[in-house]
Design a protein around this ligand. Structure first.
Ligand code: GLY
Length: 432
């Protein structure tokens, strides 16, 4: 593994969503030469796109070797679960992320539940079920709403909040009998439904030192209604006015540090970024889920406040030198990210529509305090028009000296472009 940091880093970012656009944009502003595989139409403004799928480890490894990439940063969970970090390290390439064994914190909810129980990491009371009959027995005995989670990776589609036995039995039938999510539904975790406010804590680690990023909050339901379908995340903001420094400290000392220590104790050290999706309950913070990568769309809002070099941080984390880095500088401004989605999302999105006004808007607003990120877009060769190409299409990101200003700027950006069926939540960071 390369230890000597070159003057100009050549960085490969793997992935193609809004999170990856935020990473690429910041790394480019930090002075790195950035490549992105496969990227999207907006990322092409800041990086050279490489036409390799995020899960094609062999081709990615060959590209990084031939192109003398100094650092690879992995956005999505699938390549991490498939072992991209193990594979790249075997090729003597420097990469930011966890090994496949450590990525089980996200790739198997059953594994993570057993791990948290064993190491007394606060989490909702949970039962792992290996077949539909035992799941139904547990559900028959449950009182009140429960959460059913598919064990494996399911692109944000594997979590169900159920409020009646009938609803719960239907979910079990879909996951474990009909296998609508394939092998991800072979096992399920049934959890108590917790009340409280959610928070996302991301901590970067080289396996020894830890750099906690400021807490953020994301909005998973498609709308504020009680029965709204879950999405990958419709917006995010930070800082969190309802989280005191003491509570933040409690999150680190009861969840983040013990989790990383326990991973080391199990000889399965975690490197990369650990994302803890938390419920802040009257009983203290509890882990709803671990992810082993940057959150989307939290990262878009968090990076808008980062004044220091992200390239330096990720390089230090990937080379085991995080302890040598000065603490990063953050803007004290409020930051908001609002996701613009396609009609039909989170079901089957209607795609292929021209996005009017986007080129002009993103050229006019490309500053740290106001910018547009692409999550699911393509660009036509003939006309150069941008088209929506995914459920979550674009992100409007803004910072400001007050919530009012940050919101006005983010929602102002959303009035500058549109495509048929485009929708977004109107209440991101409202009422703060
Ligand atoms: N925002 C939730 C996630 O990244 O999974």
């Amino acid at each position: 593994m390369q230890k000597e940091k070159p003057d100009k880093l050549r960085i490969l970012v793997v992935g193609s969503g809004g999170r990856e656009h935020a990473l690429v944009r910041k790394l480019k502003r930090d002075g790195a030469e950035v490549f992105c595989a496969p990227g999207n139409a907006g990322i092409a403004r800041h990086a050279k796109l490489v036409n390799i799928k995020a899960t094609d480890l062999i081709k990615l490894g060959a590209f990084a070797t031939v192109e003398h990439i100094n650092l690879t940063v992995v956005g999505p969970e699938a390549p991490l679960a498939a072992g991209i970090v193990d594979y790249f390290r075997g090729l003597n390439l420097t990469i930011f992320g966890p090994t496949a064994a450590a990525a089980k914190l996200e790739s198997s909810k059953a594994w993570a539940t057993t791990f948290m129980t064993k190491h007394r990491i606060p989490h909702p009371q949970s039962v792992v079920c290996r077949d539909a009959a035992s799941a139904c027995v547990i559900l028959e005995r449950s009182v009140g709403p429960v959460v059913i989670k598919a064990d494996g990776l399911a692109s944000g589609k594997g979590v169900f909040i159920v409020r009646s036995l009938k609803e719960a039995q239907d979910v079990i039938d879909r996951l474990m009998v009909k296998r609508e999510l394939g092998d991800a539904g072979k096992r399920v975790v049934i959890q108590d439904f917790l009340k409280g406010r959610e928070a996302s804590c991301m901590a970067i680690t080289d396996g020894t030192s830890v750099l906690a990023l400021p807490l953020a909050r994301d909005y998973k339901p498609a709308n504020p209604g009680k029965d709204a379908p879950m999405t990958g995340g419709m917006g995010a903001y930070l800082p969190l006015p309802d989280v005191s420094p003491q509570l933040e400290e409690q999150i680190l000392t009861t969840i983040i540090f013990p989790t990383l220590s326990a991973m080391c104790a199990e000889e399965n050290p975690f490197t990369g970024v650990l994302y803890a999706g938390l419920m802040l309950t009257d009983d203290g913070p509890k882990v709803l889920e671990f992810n082993v990568r940057f959150g989307d769309p939290e990262t878009q809002a968090v990076l808008a406040r980062l004044k220091s070099s992200l390239a330096d941080i990720l390089w230090a984390a990937a080379t085991g030198t995080l302890d040598e880095l000065s603490p990063p500088e953050w803007s004290s401004d409020d930051a908001v990210c609002v996701v613009a989605a396609s009609d039909g999302y989170p079901g089957k999105p209607k795609t292929g529509y021209i996005i009017n006004g986007l080129s002009a808007a993103e050229t006019e607003f490309d500053s740290d305090d106001m910018h547009i990120l692409h999550a699911g877009t393509i660009r036509t060769d003939e006309s150069g028009d941008y088209l929506n190409a995914g459920g979550r299409a674009l992100n409007a990101v803004a910072t400001g000296g007050s919530w009012k200003l940050a919101r006005e700027k983010a929602y102002g950006l959303l009035t500058m472009f549109n495509f048929p069926g485009m929708w977004y939540r109107r209440d991101i960071a409202e009422g703060l």
